[in-house]
Design a protein around this ligand. Structure first.
Ligand SMILES: C[S@@+](CC[C@H](N)C(=O)[O-])C[C@H]1O[C@@H](n2cnc3c(N)ncnc32)[C@H](O)[C@@H]1O
Length: 378
């Protein structure tokens, strides 16, 4: 998968809101002076440690710490905007969010990563953006960034653990990005509470044909908790998954304690993220995330669609992939002696790709492609 490029106006809006308009106005090729980025890099390294720490431990209100919302915006906002923009492009390709004007709300918006993702993917469509968060300073920063980018923004300061927030009008798109995993951590009813929040938002505030976008870090705990929320929502019925699942059965990975699926994204890394990476020794050359893109409605028939769970393993003239489809998780192997024109696209598949293949024989635990198999990449 590849993310749509973040428009220059949006990255400049972020840089302007954090480092000032003079720095934002510099020619595109000019590096930002390192001493201006160093304090932000310092905070991001500390924050990154917290994000990858114990998933059952409550996080402090880190965006209220001095300068943290600015640092978060400079580094994580473009990264998360690119992930959201990619998922919205997938929803659009499936026929959703096709015509405007559209109302978009992001819960746990911080400085507005998901909303900037919407501005990127839905460029040309009039958008009315709402951000919900308990951090006043993050909401104010989101307002400055979105106004500088020419967007319309309103904010709701709200504690998401207290109730389903009143979004004031039916929303065509509700985004919860990197936030579900911060809610009700370490409780017996964590999954139930998160499921109730998502279901409550859909019932009360999602417009007909609207899309709910859930995105989480590609770490084991948030990803597996998202799978648990998925399975609970589906058990209650009335949901159609647009991405990543190709079927609406219980997730086959839920029963395997160390397994989860996540997407892998290539993108045009903005210069400011590359510069921050150089200082920190990080590498955001490719982006990982777990996600669930949903709409209300009857589940679509899985047909013969598959989602690639693993990067291909190439050995002894074989392409070996684990994929997910209606029969569950399945290993598929294409050996060199079975190569044909119709199965050729199988050799190009990578983690996170979706494809169509009608099985010509029972899969059991392993499906060996034959020259007669026809693979179509979605
Ligand atoms: C990791 S940030 C995600 C920001 C943005 N969605 C993104 O993906 O870049 C998580 C956000 O959730 C907010 N948050 C966490 N717990 C919350 C709560 N109980 N009520 C409201 N907001 C909360 C934090 O303030 C923070 O802005």
């Amino acid at each position: 998968m590849r993310s749509p490029a973040l428009p220059e106006t949006l990255t400049r809006a972020v840089i302007g809101a954090v480092l000032g308009s003079d720095i934002a106005a510099r020619p595109a090729g000019d590096a930002i002076p390192k001493h201006l980025l160093a304090p932000h890099a310092d905070r991001i390294m500390r924050l990154s440690e917290r994000f990858t720490g114990d998933a059952a431990e409550r996080l402090p209100r880190y965006l209220d710490e001095a300068g943290m919302d600015d640092s978060y915006a400079l580094y994580y906002l473009p990264i998360n905007a690119a992930k959201v923009a990619t998922l919205l492009t997938i929803a659009r390709a499936a026929g959703y969010l096709a015509t405007g004007p559209l109302r978009v709300a992001e819960l746990g918006c911080g400085p507005g990563g998901g909303l900037v993702g919407a501005l990127t993917a839905l460029d040309g469509t009039p958008l009315s953006l709402t951000g919900v968060d308990h951090s006043e300073s993050a909401l104010a920063l989101a307002g400055r960034i979105i106004s500088a980018a020419g967007g319309t923004f309103s904010s709701i300061r709200f504690n998401l653990e207290s109730a389903v927030p009143d979004l004031r009008a039916p929303q065509d798109l509700i985004i919860i990005a990197n936030t579900l995993n911060e809610l009700w951590r370490g409780r017996d009813d964590t999954i139930e509470k998160r499921t109730r929040l998502v279901a409550g938002l859909a019932e009360r505030h999602l417009a007909p044909g609207g899309v709910m976008l859930l995105l989480e870090p590609a770490l084991i705990a948030p990803s597996r908790e998202l799978i648990a929320v998925r399975d609970r929502l589906l058990a209650a019925g009335g949901w159609r998954i647009l991405h990543p699942c190709t079927h609406h059965l219980p997730c086959p990975l839920a029963a395997q304690p160390d397994e989860w699926c996540h997407d892998l994204l290539s993108w045009e890394t903005p210069a400011v993220v590359r510069q921050m990476d150089d200082i920190m020794g990080f590498n955001k050359h490719r982006l990982k995330f777990s996600s669930l893109v949903l709409t209300r409605g009857e589940p679509a028939s899985p047909g013969d669609r598959w989602y690639v769970l693993t990067d291909p393993h190439e050995a002894k003239g074989m392409t070996d992939l684990t994929v997910c489809g209606a029969p569950g998780a399945l290993r598929m192997i294409l050996s060199r002696r079975s190569y044909s024109e119709t199965n050729r696209p199988f050799r190009k598949l990578g983690k996170g790709d979706r494809f169509t293949l009608k099985l010509l024989h029972g899969p059991e635990k392993l499906y060996r492609l034959t020259p007669d198999d026809a693979v179509r990449v979605d």
